[in-house]
Design a protein around this ligand. Structure first.
Ligand code: BGC
Length: 761
């Protein structure tokens, strides 16, 4: 047995508490830590505001009057321009979201500055999740690049384009860890791993916010959905998250903390409850952890009517009760329900909510407006000239293509069937995802520009020597048969040297409210794939998808398989660059592809069980399904290149490490192939014996290296005590002495472990 080391987090917490302002009532009703600093300008505004004006500042409403986000949130109240202006004049509308357009934004801003009593500027928000005018790969796809610099640059470009159209604030990044691929919103985040989630969260926040929040090209970021939204039971959106606090802290909170460390100033509460408490009414989450433990100084906004939804949850009696519970819990701003506007004034007058609670939320909201420079520069990011000049620039499209190339994951490549030749080879491009512009941009292209989207067919045609070499046949719809479709596709396959099967999901099958019971290729497409497989032609499957899929039959058995996600504006070009070999694929899976649909949730870093499957010849009474091992078809971290990559053993610089020390882990990686590649070395650790059962492996680092044909390089990682922490029984981070396994490997399921021991100093 190991002895627990000193509990570092608790010590830090106590240290933090001593230096900050904390009030805890006996009933735990109201507790404020790390109170917002007093700012003279903001205090003087607060001192002069009526309760109604305060309630207005703590509310945000959807704008359906300008170029707006269509049916993203279909329940949005439709208002006219005059209507909105009147509500601005009365102090109700102080923040608007889901629209773009500089002229309209300037007009509304003018009303707020010239025709309201307090003259506080409006803030404009929108869900810029994977790009504005130029779309980048869906976040899950971009996470497959494992390229933090890329994620930062695409977020920066999204900020540049958003601020060109009058947007100050994006409701991104989504940092929810998603371990059940049935959940449609896995598409919006960085996948199943908390460490990758942390790294991506930081990169995206830095990209959106830049070095200077007041810059007219920086956009305010919002980490969402706080918290454990990715843990909804059965992968069903909006469902309950029934997880212990240790899982909350070890798996779901780290990316939120990372976003704060990177400077995020807003966070959004989630729709779900955790162990019976809806997040928007969860004081422990929104105040004790977020502000008390982490010192978050920004604002919390509810997710679209989530405070009102506490009534449907059965957690609040009515609108008044819901408003009271959410403001007391620490939710500063109400999105769309209007409940704060309707009830806060009376709640304060009746004494049900202390004025100081409202003022503190106001301090945070006005503090954020001030931080992005709105008080000194209220027309910031509302420059008519930029609106057309600064979107879809050549630099933005180049970046989109680079991101598309780097997000592609090559899952399988039998006999090096890929890359294909650009000449002398007849290609049949078959499937409903071959030439559909709407299936390129992904679930959160909020202002989609389908006309300019590049399909796979367009991408291939732009590079193939002679268009006559490419025949495109749809074969079926995404979820329906076409009469004679399969026969036409089989005929085209028979005429070709190689088939590219473009299959998968449409963009509405992932994203919000798009949970699936089965995560496979829809039946009409599966039948098409099986019929094409029967022709015996070589087949390359190119998947378009917003989640990991369970592949079957003719899809699974294809000669090559590409995970292509929704790659954005340059979807088809990025795919063609990889298919024809101008670029060697370098993406890696941020989510495990299971053997079967029913193997959900599945994630590589699951805890050890008491009956692991150690001998495949004696599978009974071991952790497995009748039909599938406790493993994945394509594990997290998997992805091939066009080289032939070989890893040497993982070498450690010492057999033992003291808590204050470090160990160097290194490996040599060789490219025995004939093409230059970009390889991703991944560092995994495993705590062999601990006071709580530990995951079989956890990712703790990754590095890209470029290898010429025939080249060998050494990759090194430094391991410190901080890499060995886990959430212990007291719900705090701790490391325990004892043995650890270390792998530097090409995926979460590859490699042979080296071992060291963490010892007392
Ligand atoms: C989604 C959020 C989004 C918000 C505003 C909600 O339905 O859950 O992710 O930011 O709408 O559009």
């Amino acid at each position: 047995m190991k002895k627990a080391e000193i509990d570092q987090s608790r010590r830090n917490l106590l240290k933090g508490a001593a230096s900050s302002f904390i009030i805890i009532t006996a009933a735990g009703q109201y507790h404020r830590a790390n109170a917002a600093p007093r700012d003279v300008q903001i205090e003087s505004l607060i001192a002069r505001m009526t309760l109604e004006e305060k309630a207005g500042q703590l509310s945000i409403f959807a704008d359906s009057t300008r170029s707006n986000a269509g049916n993203i949130n279909p329940t949005a109240v439709k208002s006219g321009v005059d209507d909105i202006k009147n509500q601005i004049r009365m102090g109700k509308i102080t923040a608007l979201f889901s629209a773009k357009g500089v002229a309209g934004a300037r007009d509304y801003q003018r009303v707020s500055l010239e025709e309201t009593r307090m003259k506080i500027p409006l803030i404009f928000a929108a869900d810029i999740i994977h790009g504005q005018a130029t779309q980048f790969p869906i976040p899950l796809g971009e996470a497959a690049s494992f390229d933090l610099d890329l994620a930062m640059r695409t977020a920066k470009m999204a900020a540049f384009e958003s601020t060109a159209v009058g947007i100050h604030w994006t409701f991104a990044p989504m940092v929810d860890v998603a371990r059940d691929q049935r959940w449609g919103r896995v598409a919006e985040g960085a996948g199943e791993d908390p460490y990758l989630g942390q790294q991506m969260a930081m990169a995206r926040v830095k990209g959106f916010q830049g070095d200077n929040l007041k810059s007219e090209t920086s956009v305010l970021a919002c980490s969402k959905h706080f918290a454990a939204y990715g843990a909804v039971q059965g992968g069903m959106d909006y469902n309950t998250a029934d997880i212990p606090e240790s899982t909350l802290r070890q798996t779901h909170l780290p990316p939120f903390k990372a976003a704060i460390d990177a400077g995020v100033l807003t966070t959004m509460s989630s729709f779900n409850d955790i162990a019976g408490v809806p997040s928007t009414g969860n004081h422990y989450l929104l105040t004790d952890i977020l502000r008390g433990e982490w010192g978050f100084k920004g604002l919390v906004v509810s997710d679209y009517t989530s405070e009102a939804e506490m009534i449907a949850h059965g957690f609040a009696k009515d609108g008044r009760d819901a408003a009271k519970k959410s403001i007391l819990a620490g939710c500063d701003m109400s999105m769309q329900s209007g409940l704060y506007w309707d009830h806060l004034p009376e709640l304060v007058r009746s004494g049900a909510v202390p004025m100081r609670v409202v003022d503190e939320s106001l301090r945070r909201v006005l503090g954020v407006k001030k931080a992005i420079g709105l008080f000194e520069n209220p027309y910031r990011s509302m420059d008519l000239a930029r609106e057309t000049r600064d979107i879809r620039t050549p630099a933005a499209l180049r970046l989109s293509r680079e991101a598309a190339q780097k997000s592609v994951v090559l899952l399988k490549n039998e006999n090096n069937i890929l890359p294909l030749k650009k000449s002398g080879q007849k290609i049949a491009l078959i499937g409903p995802l071959a030439a559909d512009k709407e299936q390129t941009l992904g679930c959160w292209a909020i202002f989609p520009d389908y006309a300019n989207a590049v399909t796979l067919e367009m991408g291939l045609k732009a590079q193939i020597e002679n268009n006559a070499l490419l025949t495109t046949v749809k074969g079926c719809e995404i979820e329906a048969k076409i009469d004679g479709g399969i026969a036409a596709a089989v005929a085209a396959a028979n005429m070709a040297d190689v088939v590219i099967l473009a299959l998968g999901e449409n963009h509405n099958m992932s994203g919000e409210a798009q949970s699936r019971v089965e995560i496979n290729i829809p039946k009409p497409q599966q039948e098409l794939a099986d019929a094409i497989a029967a022709t015996g032609k070589p087949i390359v499957v190119v998947l378009t998808h917003g989640r990991a899929l369970a592949l079957e039959g003719g899809v699974k058995n294809a000669n090559a398989i590409i995970a292509g996600w929704f790659l954005g504006s340059e979807h088809g070009n990025g795919l063609a660059d990889v298919i024809f070999g101008d670029v060697s694929p370098s993406g890696r899976l941020p989510v495990s592809f299971p053997f079967h649909s029913g193997q959900q949730p599945f994630y590589y870093n699951h805890r050890r069980t008491g009956r692991p499957q150690t001998d495949p010849n004696h599978p009974q009474y071991r952790t497995r399904y009748r039909e599938a091992a406790f493993a994945s078809l394509y594990p997290f971290g998997h992805g091939l290149t066009y080289g032939q990559i070989e890893y040497g053993p993982t070498i450690l610089s010492a057999p033992k490490m003291a808590p204050s020390g470090q160990i160097k882990a290194s490996v040599t990686i060789s490219n025995k192939g004939t093409r230059k590649v970009r390889e991703l070395a991944q560092l995994y650790l495993h705590d062999k014996v601990a006071s709580l059962t530990q995951p079989v492996r956890v990712l703790r680092g990754f590095k890209h290296i470029e290898l010429e044909a025939g080249q060998t390089k050494t990759v090194e990682f430094i391991i410190r005590r901080a890499d060995l922490l886990f959430i212990g029984a007291n719900n705090r981070w701790q490391a325990e002495i004892g043995e650890f396994d270390v792998w530097i490997a090409p995926s979460s399921a590859a490699g042979t472990a080296a071992r060291f021991e963490l010892v007392n100093a």
